[in-house]
Every structure is written in C-alpha cells, then in structure tokens.
Design a protein around this ligand. Structure first.
Ligand SMILES: Nc1nc2c(ncn2[C@@H]2O[C@H](COP(=O)(O)OP(=O)(O)OP(=O)(O)O)[C@@H](O)[C@H]2O)c(=O)[nH]1
Ligand SMILES: [Mg+2]
Length: 272
C-alpha cells in the first residue's frame, strides 16, 4: 500500500481534495482507504474508512482539560501516539492500493510539534509515502505569499522528511477548464509557478524584501526550484487536475510506472 499524506494550511482544501481524488481513483479502479486524522473535524466531505474521532476528539480535550480549540487539537494529536497501532491495523484491514491521510489544518502539528511526525511515521511504517502539500491558489498569486507558503511547505518537508508534491488547489478561482474538461486553461498564471520556473528572474521577485539581500533572495528562490519540482493546479471543487495530481504521486511513489502498477486492485481499467 502507498500512503498519500495530505497536509497544508487551514482551509486550503485538504478534506475536499481527499474527497475529489478518492472519487477519481475509485472511478479508475483503485482501492482507496480514506483516513481522517483530524480530531477536530466536524463535517467531512467524504465518508472516512478510518476515523481518528472514534478514538479521540479535540472537543473532548477542550472539555476535559479546559483548553481552547487550538490547544485541544495539538494535545489530541500528541495523544494519538497511543492509538497509532490501532489506526494502522484498521487501515491494513480495510486493504487498498492507497491510503489517503487527511491531516488537521493546524500545520504546527506536523511542522513544529514533536509527536506529529512520529505519529505519521508509525502510521505509514514500511510503506512508501508522499506528502501532498495543499496551497490555496490565491496565496500562490503574489510574491510575498508565495515565498511564505513555500517556506511553510519546506518546514513541513524538513519535519516529515518525505518527498512532497505541491497542489495549488482552488485553481477554479483563477482558472477555467477547457471545453474538453481534460485540462485547464489558466487565465492567470499564478506567480508561484513563475517563481518555480527557471525562466523567471528571482532577483526581480525579491527586490522589495527589506531583510534579504538580492543575492540571498536569489539563493532562496533556487532552493525552492531545487526542492519543488512537482507542482500541479487542481480544483477539488470542480474535479479537475486531480488526474495530474495522481500522476505525480504515481511518479514519486512508483518511479514513473504507469497507472496500473503492481498495486493494481483488479477493478475496471482506464482506457486513456
Ligand atoms: N472554489 C473552491 N473551493 C474549494 C476547493 N477546495 C476546497 N474548497 C472550499 O474551501 C473550504 C475549505 O475546504 P476544506 O476541504 O474543509 O479545507 P481543509 O484544508 O480540509 O480545512 P481544515 O481541515 O479546516 O484545515 C470549503 O468551503 C471548500 O468547499 C476548490 O478546489 N475550489
Ligand atoms: Mg479538513
């Protein structure tokens, strides 16, 4: 089984993406285990096969320890270390080609706290994993928010130490699908894509950053280009771009093997 860990800032569309890509994958003959790892989730846009809330909820921690919503979430994820074996057992029993892990929105759970990465490591033990880092396309539209979002992604990558694919979600807000519905015609190319392209001058992008010299800024830009080679525009709401996201996962996890890998479940095959 392969693991896809869906991470990203609050509200970037992680849960909606899990719903969208699982629909697409299941429609393409793959078995998917949808795992809600967010103890604070109230309503989910998919029906989880494995749900952390059967063990722990952030609400219980608020009541029991008199914590606010953020403190309760962070503590409840720490407590997950006690249930990670049970969760993994449930995932294995559900059986599938892919486990999609829907993380909580508080990014510090994985980017800064001690136990979040340990929980994930234990959960995916022995299985190849990739992180799908969701960024709201609006944040990819300007230089400063692009740098900031990429630094968050980099922090997450440092902590999880796993390969990462960037998903610029909510692309329907800046783009529209072509008539064929198979690919997207981008009305506005998000700044982040320009930044990550070798044809763009990094010097220009950081000319107004007061705390970095142009040379250091250029180096930072080069780091991003070195690290984030896999970026895809997705609309989880309008269900486009998810096939490209899957292709990226497949490339990272199965080394470029095509759609039907040894992980194939035996369901109907895609014709294209
Ligand atoms: N327009 C548009 N809206 C989207 C898309 N994906 C998600 N949304 C909306 O963004 C909001 C947040 O989506 P969620 O999937 O709950 O985001 P999340 O990252 O799981 O949120 P947290 O778990 O709270 O961090 C919802 O109102 C979604 O309908 C998209 O591709 N396009
Ligand atoms: Mg969510």
């Amino acid at each position: 089984m392969y693991f896809v860990v869906v991470a990203g800032p609050a509200g970037s569309g992680k849960s909606t993406f899990v719903s969208a890509i699982s629909q697409w994958m299941e429609g393409s003959g793959l078995d998917v285990v949808k795992v809600n790892l967010d103890p604070a989730a109230e309503v989910l846009p998919y029906v989880p096969d494995v749900d952390v809330r059967n063990y722990i909820t952030a609400r219980d921690f608020m009541v029991k320890y008199g914590l606010g919503p953020n403190g309760a979430l962070v503590l409840s994820v720490d407590y997950l270390i006690n249930y990670v074996g049970d969760l993994r057992k449930e995932i294995d029993e559900a059986g599938g080609n892919y486990a999609l892990i829907d993380l909580p929105g508080q990014l510090e759970v994985v980017a800064f706290r001690r136990l979040g990465p340990i929980v994930l490591k234990e959960l995916a033990k022995g299985c190849k994993s990739v992180v799908a880092f969701m960024i709201d396309s609006h944040f990819a539209s300007s230089p400063h928010s692009s740098y900031s979002a990429l630094l968050l992604a980099l922090s997450t990558m440092y902590r999880l130490n796993l390969p990462m694919v960037l998903i610029l979600n909510k692309a329907d807000l800046i783009a529209s699908p072509q008539m064929s519905g198979e690919s997207s015609e981008v009305r506005v190319k998000p700044f982040m894509l320009q930044l990550l392209s070798e044809y763009y001058s990094c010097v220009a992008s950081g000319s107004d950053v007061f705390f970095l010299s142009p040379e250091v800024n250029e180096e930072l830009c080069n780091v991003f280009r070195e690290v984030f080679k896999d970026v895809v525009l997705v609309s989880s709401k309008e269900l486009w771009g998810v096939d490209e996201a899957y292709a990226l996962f497949q490339r990272v996890l199965a080394g470029g093997e095509d759609f039907l890998t040894e992980e194939y479940s035996g369901g109907p095959q895609r014709s294209d």
